[in-house]
Write a protein that binds this ligand. Structure first.
Ligand code: FAD
Length: 406
């Protein structure tokens, strides 16, 4: 029996609960580069399935998009077409399972979403109707129901709002840390700061991963490196067309409960965590601000100083105050810049590089919503050395069309 067949049968037996997990000598050795929420979930699911896992990150866990994210868990209207909506629905469902297993800080309650222009509103209503046909329990609601759902929300009486009761939001930094801690309890190693530099190959197969801390012997390398432009082309030998866009996220001090749902209003997104902190996300970016545009050229994750950070936080808080007036009393505790890992067609990139087949790419937007389901599916593809049919649409070899979904 070859190594892969032996491994497959051991894992199948272990998952069926009738045999011990694979031993040290026959475990698949996987290096996961990137300790954001996507890499953390892949590492956890791989470790759970018996792989020998090393996670490396050039800075540390949840220091990039998985910190500067709004962290809304959803499968709602923008998740088109149906196959992507279905994958996102599984992401939502799997968060519920993971939350139970690992005590993750996810707050459920749904989302309310609307726009201030008629064209967008019409499209929103049409997409909600379509998703309702696909089984999503979303619907448009009017002012009286909104007042019951969110009594502190100021909204003009004629507005109709998309209500998606299945949605939630998570503290992405704590969730990433807990996924990594759970992976470590299953034997994984997490190493940072440790930069992925290269991959060493022999006869077309991966032998080791070269890092700033030295080589790591490996059978597979997963690139969960988010919006970082270099790794896919330089290390996997395939360029992934991305249009990574920035967004500013501000966090307030703990406030009395003002909202129970994710609120996606014109110009601002918000939700309130269990600890009372409100997460505010900008929708349109800083208006005509040349200094900000210049600052963004270096793709920073933080503002250069506290004053600038506070100015941007206050700007977003002002918009939020139009919808929930008590937010005027909130203090901004932190402001981050997040860069979306965003393949140009808006869909995840999942699969082995055609140039170096032991290098697997896992780069996506909506990585918070998708992390649990992607972690599970990628772990299965790697461990079983199989191609899962529902991931075929997301391969790095597809033809990328430019579609602006976000
Ligand atoms: C403003 C904003 C709002 C968003 N809102 C939502 C939302 O509401 N819902 C949702 O589902 N998604 C949302 N997203 C998208 C989501 O946050 C991302 O898809 C997700 O965080 C990606 O996670 P990741 O682990 O792939 O990437 P990251 O969190 O960026 O992690 C990648 C990691 O790779 C490491 N790395 C890079 N290069 C190397 C290297 N050479 N060696 C070692 N390590 C390396 C980095 O240090 C980093 O830690 C939002 C994103 C942003 C920016």
């Amino acid at each position: 029996m070859d190594r892969r067949t032996l491994l497959k049968s051991l894992v199948a037996a272990a998952l069926a609960g009738c045999d011990p997990l694979p031993t040290e000598t026959n475990r698949l050795r996987v290096v996961v580069a990137g300790a954001g929420i996507v890499g953390a979930s892949i590492a956890y699911h791989l470790a759970r399935a018996g792989a020998s896992v090393t996670v490396i990150d050039k800075l540390g866990p949840a220091t990039h998009a998985s910190r500067g994210t709004f962290a809304w868990i959803n499968a709602t209207w923008a998740k088109q077409p149906r196959h992507y909506h279905a994958l996102s629905q599984d992401g939502v469902a799997n968060w519920k399972d993971l939350q139970q297993l690992l005590t993750l800080p996810v707050r459920w309650g749904g989302s309310l979403e609307w726009f201030d222009n008629d064209e967008r509103q019409e499209l929103l209503a049409a997409q909600i109707a379509e998703q309702a046909e696909w089984g999503e329990p979303a619907r448009m609601v009017g002012a009286s129901e909104i007042a019951e759902l969110e009594p502190d929300l100021n909204i003009s009486s004629g507005v109709s709002v998309a209500y998606s009761p299945n949605d939630g939001a998570v503290d992405p930094v704590i969730a990433t840390q807990r996924l990594l801690a759970a992976a470590e309890r299953l034997g994984a190693t997490v190493s940072y700061p440790c930069e992925l530099l290269d991959a060493s190959m022999s006869s077309g197969r991966l032998t080791s991963v070269e890092t700033s801390l030295g080589p790591i012997a490996a059978d597979r390398l997963v690139l969960a490196t988010g919006a970082a432009p270099g790794p896919p082309g330089r290390i996997a030998g395939i360029d992934i067309p991305q249009r990574s866009t920035p967004g500013v996220i501000a966090l307030t001090n703990p406030m009395p409960r003002l909202m129970n749902r994710v609120i996606v209003a014109p110009g601002v997104h918000m939700h309130q965590r269990d600890d009372g902190r409100i997460v505010l996300g900008e929708q349109d970016g800083a208006p005509g601000n040349e200094a900000h545009a210049l600052r963004l050229e270096g793709r920073p994750n933080d503002f250069p100083d506290e004053i600038t950070a506070r100015q941007h936080g206050d700007r977003i808080r002002e918009i939020a105050t139009r919808f929930v007036s008590q937010i005027a009393d909130a203090k901004i505790e932190a402001t981050h810049i997040g860069w979306r890992p965003l393949p140009i067609d808006g869909h995840p990139v999942l699969g082995a590089s055609p140039a170096r087949r032991d290098i697997y790419i896992a780069i996506m937007h909506s990585g918070v919503s998708l992390a649990p389901v992607v972690g599970q599916l990628v772990a299965r593809e790697l461990i079983e050395d199989a191609a899962i049919e529902r991931l075929e649409r997301y391969r790095p070899t597809r033809t990328f069309e430019q579609i602006e979904r976000y």
